[in-house]
Design a protein around this ligand. Structure first.
Ligand SMILES: [Mn+2]
Length: 422
């Protein structure tokens, strides 16, 4: 017997983490910009919902960064959601779990939701929600960590009591047995936590049409009908080359049919990673070209994890330092790893050490260079009256001199001598 089953389209998103502090970003204006970008992306979901004819929007947990977000964040979210003009169904995740005392139960949230976002429904109970076009099966997190499977109730559900023609959509937050989202998710702001492990076995998957997951901040298709949407605005440096964040999913499903998923980009911020090796000053031009290709001329929208190694001359280090200063100003965040060794060129050293008229500078420069090249200085003859030797004892031993500091000192000396015109 032929059935015409209704098809429903909807948007799937998750992990907005509104209020995320970005504590590692030092500049308060840049921190505020990063937080604001996460609010602004909500506005861009409206046109997407209309163009994909979405009947509703699902937010699969961690809409807020904490179970007790600030009042202005709550109001801003309700305002933005209210303007979307379609029903929004939300479950709490581990960050914004639905325990008593969390925002979801607060009079403030309830008043703001009622006034500004009556289209928003927060699903705090694991029970089917029958909409006109679909059945949503929510697996809300009511504590930060669930030791039992938040989707366990689905294993006891009597499917015969659900409308037979409506697609069934599970809305959940956590790891699946085939994909440990939280393990991959840990970073300096989000240490490892125990899994909220969802057991989505074949018999369960056979009874449902789509699983809209949150918790993994990248895009991830676990199986044809099990997806992580990822964040609509990327919030961390990618750890793998195939990491994709900054999108929502436009999904179309019917009962018993295959889900059709379209990835819709929504992010504005660029999170980049660049590894670069300097084999000498000649690589600085190449480095600038790389940066231009990566960042373009955009200001205040990009973040960069820069991982460097290799060596530069004194002059090269100065040019590199200026580049870093400009990058810091251009970027929302410059996170640096690695170190570039100072390798003075022969004529740079000569200009510093061969100075009959400047014996002090010459001797300090010679001592610094000896340290930089790793040669011992304390035991050599004629060091007793060495001014650099006195500097050394004033600190606490030659081995305490970091090569980086020695390189900086030599670079500074070079800069002073050059500025003096000699
Ligand atoms: Mn989470």
């Amino acid at each position: 017997m032929e059935h015409t089953r209704p098809m429903v389209s909807f948007l799937h998103s998750a992990d907005w983490q509104i209020g995320k502090p970005y504590a590692r970003v030092v500049d308060p204006d840049k921190r505020a910009r990063l937080r604001q970008a996460r609010l602004e992306v909500i506005e861009r979901l409206g046109p997407l919902a209309r163009s994909s004819e979405a009947a509703f929007l699902l937010v699969a947990g961690d809409l807020f960064d904490s179970p007790t977000p600030g009042a202005s964040d709550v109001t801003a979210v309700c305002f933005a959601l209210g303007r979307l003009g379609l029903p929004v169904l939300v479950i709490p995740g581990n960050h914004d779990h639905g325990a008593p005392g969390s925002l979801w139960h607060s009079a403030f949230f309830q008043a703001e939701r009622q006034l500004r976002a009556p289209n928003v429904q927060v699903l705090l109970e694991p029970t089917p929600v029958v909409l006109e076009q679909a059945v949503v099966l929510p697996c809300p997190l009511l504590r930060r960590q669930h030791s039992e499977d938040p989707s366990a109730w689905l294993h006891h559900l009597d499917w015969n009591h659900l409308p037979p023609e409506l697609p069934r959509i599970v809305l959940a937050h956590g790891s699946t047995s085939s994909f440990g989202a939280i393990d991959l998710e840990a970073d300096d702001e989000n240490p490892l936590t125990a899994n909220n492990l969802l057991r989505l076995d074949e018999s369960l998957l056979a009874a449902i049409d789509f699983v809209a997951l949150g918790d993994w901040h990248g895009l991830k298709q676990v199986s044809p009908k099990v997806w992580y949407a990822g964040c609509p605005e990327q919030d961390r440096f990618p750890r793998a080359s195939d990491y994709r964040s900054g999108q929502v999913l436009a999904v179309a499903v019917e009962r018993g049919g295959a889900a059709s998923v379209t990835v819709q980009p929504t992010g504005q911020l660029g999170w980049h990673q660049l590894r670069f090796r300097f084999d000498g000053d000649g690589d600085l031009d190449r480095f600038e070209q790389h940066l231009l290709g990566l960042l373009g001329d955009r200001v205040g929208q990009e973040l960069l994890l820069l991982d460097v190694e290799g060596q530069l001359s004194l002059q090269g280090q100065r040019r590199y330092a200026l580049l870093l200063e400009r990058l810091e100003a251009q970027l929302l965040r410059l996170k640096r790893r690695g170190r570039i060794e100072t390798m003075p060129e022969d004529q740079e050293l000569a200009a510093l050490t061969q100075r009959p008229g400047d014996p002090l500078i010459a001797r300090v420069a010679a001592a610094l260079q000896q340290r930089l090249s790793g040669r011992p200085t304390a035991s050599g003859p004629g060091t007793a009256g060495d001014p650099a030797g006195q500097v050394e004892t004033g600190v606490s031993g030659a081995d305490r001199f970091e090569p980086e500091v020695v390189g900086l000192a030599l670079g500074e000396l070079h800069r002073l001598v050059q500025a003096g015109g000699s």
